[in-house]
Ligand binder design. Structure first.
Ligand SMILES: [Zn+2]
Ligand SMILES: [Zn+2]
Length: 654
């Protein structure tokens, strides 16, 4: 038998990523293709991509195809490792707690979770026991086996195992006739996959916490327990991540908020911030900064009502699409009002008021608007996720011709502002048209292209999120990287075709005809509350001097120096420095420690010598001795350090 007759009709041709094409017998698997390329690759194979679809390494390939081997080095490979580690939680949990019922175990950022129904609460000891058992199972290097199984058989299997929730999930998929079952020795999980072929890929994981969850994420349903974990391809990656977690815990803004006496929360107002004087000072500094930046960029500032009639929300579409997140109220005269969840309908009403001509455009209307959104109580998280927050919102109304230019201006402004807050690594994401959308393709082409051209003209790199745009227009997202490498999505720029239409707004163009303006929505900090949370964690509580609630403290060494200390302090305050005076009858060492802990950037110490010579001795928060100098010189230095970066940059840049 020649090669030709052996392979002839049963051969498929496989196109590899390097552009080469190889012949394989029909029914070959990705793992066998990997073996043919090299033993090393075969060992590293987590899964494969066949014509862009992720499949198991054991899946057979019956037609000519493009095949890419997926290893743990890729994001896709890592995500599969995380998903398989979730399954392994199931394997370990069922061995240790046979009456537990497994619910769902998806992948999340940096890891995975598994929701479980169990008769008692899991403890930290349970978590350790589960982790230990997982490591034992991994050490067996057992093979994960996939079996495509007919629906009825799947139901029988889960019935026999009393996996009630898996049965409910099967019910949800009424049209599906066969399902993928993954066998982890005696444990069986249902999944679309793909999964790793062997547990040896799952070595570098850690279970991180237990929390509550609800079946289908609905508080009215029964409560479940959620086990969170993280998983990585290498020990180095895992260690780096755990270190980052530790760092994050140390600088948790909720902890810092307490220590620095900035804000608190209480049960009477879930998800609403009680700002203490020092916290509110930071808030005011941000507003003041943004206000000046906006003034210098041709914005006007407006304010719109917090409570507006239901009919307005019907026009905007919020009543139909967002009502479950809105706080509403009915008045004595039976009118229904809603607290604004967004500032846009207010902004568009302002534009609509009075006739606008093309000469009035662009209108750049900024509003520090407080918005109210009912978020599930389980999702609330310090300042990062609240129900009541203030947006540095703005709506720009412009002609289609100037839209790209307006987008460029917003992008330049947001990047410059982030830089002044110490964020130099900013990723930009462009979300394009979703499947469900309004407007014709030509309009979408124009809007998307305008955003792309704006980014290209500024030589900025960006990532495209296909089909992630809002139904009414494409969107840019600005993602900050903080000091410990975490990413935070803050700013957004959205193009909107919907609200101008719904509110029927127009301007008179050069030909004297009514024309619809383009509406842009933009927020740069996003939520001021959340941005403060991010700043606190980024700076680990030690804010730059211009943002610090207290910039300097004047301390007397003994009671004899109290009046001189007061005199110095008042001079600082009159010069616009946020200063405090500490003339308490305490040891100077104690005072220094206390104000350093409070992260006050500058400590001014006055004793006999300073009082006689009219000088002060200056110390930095970090303990650096900055020497003794005249009051005038100290004042000059402090004024320079306390000024916002806005005042330090040349005028044309603001
Ligand atoms: Zn799964
Ligand atoms: Zn808006």
């Amino acid at each position: 038998m020649t090669m030709q007759t052996l392979l002839a009709p049963e051969t498929i041709s496989v196109l590899l990523p390097d552009g080469s094409s190889r012949q394989f017998p029909k029914g070959i698997t990705a793992i066998d293709i990997a073996k043919a390329i090299g033993e090393g690759l075969a060992k590293a194979t987590v899964a494969a991509k066949v014509n862009d679809n992720l499949v198991d390494a054991s899946d057979v390939i019956n037609k000519d195809a493009r095949v890419e081997i997926i290893t743990s080095a890729s994001d896709e490979g890592l995500s599969i490792i995380r998903h398989s580690t979730a399954h392994l939680v199931g394997h370990a949990v069922k061995q240790l707690y046979p009456t537990a019922k497994m619910v769902i175990g998806p992948v999340i950022d940096d890891g995975f979770y598994y929701d479980i129904a169990y008769e008692r609460s899991f403890t930290q000891e349970d978590l350790q026991a589960i982790e230990l058992r997982m490591h034992e199972l991994i050490a067996q290097h057992y093979e994960v086996i996939k079996k495509i199984t007919p629906r009825n058989h799947v139901i029988d299997i889960f019935k026999a195992r009393q996996e009630d929730y898996k049965l409910r999930l099967v019910e949800d998929m009424a049209d599906v006739t066969t399902m993928g079952l993954y066998y982890h020795q005696e444990y069986i999980d249902m999944c679309r996959g793909p999964h790793v072929p062997n547990t040896r890929f799952l070595t570098f994981f850690k279970l991180t916490k237990i929390s509550g969850a609800y079946w289908r994420g609905d508080v009215r349903n029964e409560q479940l327990q959620r086990i969170y974990g993280t998983a990585w391809a290498t020990k180095k990656q895992l260690d780096a991540y755990l270190l980052q977690l530790q760092e994050a815990e140390k600088r948790d803004h909720r902890k810092l908020g307490k220590e620095l006496n900035l804000f608190h929360f209480q049960d009477d107002a879930p998800g609403a911030v009680f700002w203490h004087p020092h916290g509110w000072t930071i808030f005011q500094q941000l507003i003041q900064y943004m206000r000046l930046r906006q003034q210098a960029s041709g914005y006007v500032e407006v304010n719109t009502p917090d409570v507006m009639d239901r009919s307005l929300w019907e026009i905007s579409g919020h009543w139909q699409n967002y009502r479950q997140n809105m706080f509403t109220t009915t008045t004595e005269d039976e009118r229904i009002f809603a607290l604004k969840p967004m500032n846009c309908p207010g902004g568009v009403s302002l534009f609509k008021h009075g006739l606008k001509s093309y000469r009035d455009l662009p209108v750049r209307m900024a509003e520090f608007g407080k918005v109210h959104r009912y978020e599930p109580s389980g999702s609330l998280h310090g300042l990062m996720r609240v129900r009541h927050f203030t947006q540095d919102d703005a709506h720009i109304f412009c002609t289609p011709d100037t839209m790209q230019q307006e987008c460029s201006l917003v992008i330049a402004l947001v990047l410059d502002i982030y830089k002044q807050f110490g964020f130099t690594e900013v990723a930009i994401k462009l979300s394009t048209r979703p499947a469900n959308r309004m407007g014709d393709d030509a309009t979408w082409d124009h809007l998307e292209q305008s955003l792309i051209d704006a980014l290209d003209s500024m030589a900025l790199e960006y990532q495209i999120n296909p089909r992630e745009g809002a139904f009414y227009g494409p969107k840019l997202e600005f993602v900050l990287r903080d000091a410990i490498g975490r990413d935070w999505q803050c700013g957004t720029l959205q193009v909107d075709m919907n609200l101008p239409e719904r509110f029927d707004i127009s301007y008179i163009n050069e030909a004297g005809q009514r024309q619809r303006p383009v509406m842009l929505h933009r927020a740069l900090f996003g939520s001021l509350e959340r941005f403060i949370g991010i700043l606190l964690e980024h700076y680990s509580g030690t804010l730059p001097c211009w943002l610090a609630p207290v910039q300097a403290v004047v301390m007397s060494i003994t009671e004899q120096h109290a009046s001189y200390a007061t005199q110095v302090g008042q001079q600082l305050i009159r010069s616009g420095i946020r200063a405090e005076i500490d003339t308490r009858n305490e040891k100077i060492g104690y005072k220094i420690r206390e104000h350093s802990m409070a992260r006050t950037p500058y400590l001014l110490i006055v004793g006999n010598e300073e009082m006689i010579n009219k000088t002060v001795t200056l110390r930095s928060q970090t303990g650096e001795n900055l020497g003794t100098s005249s009051l005038t010189d100290t004042l000059l230095l402090l004024k320079k350090m306390a000024a916002s970066p806005l005042y330090l940059c040349p005028l044309q840049q603001i």
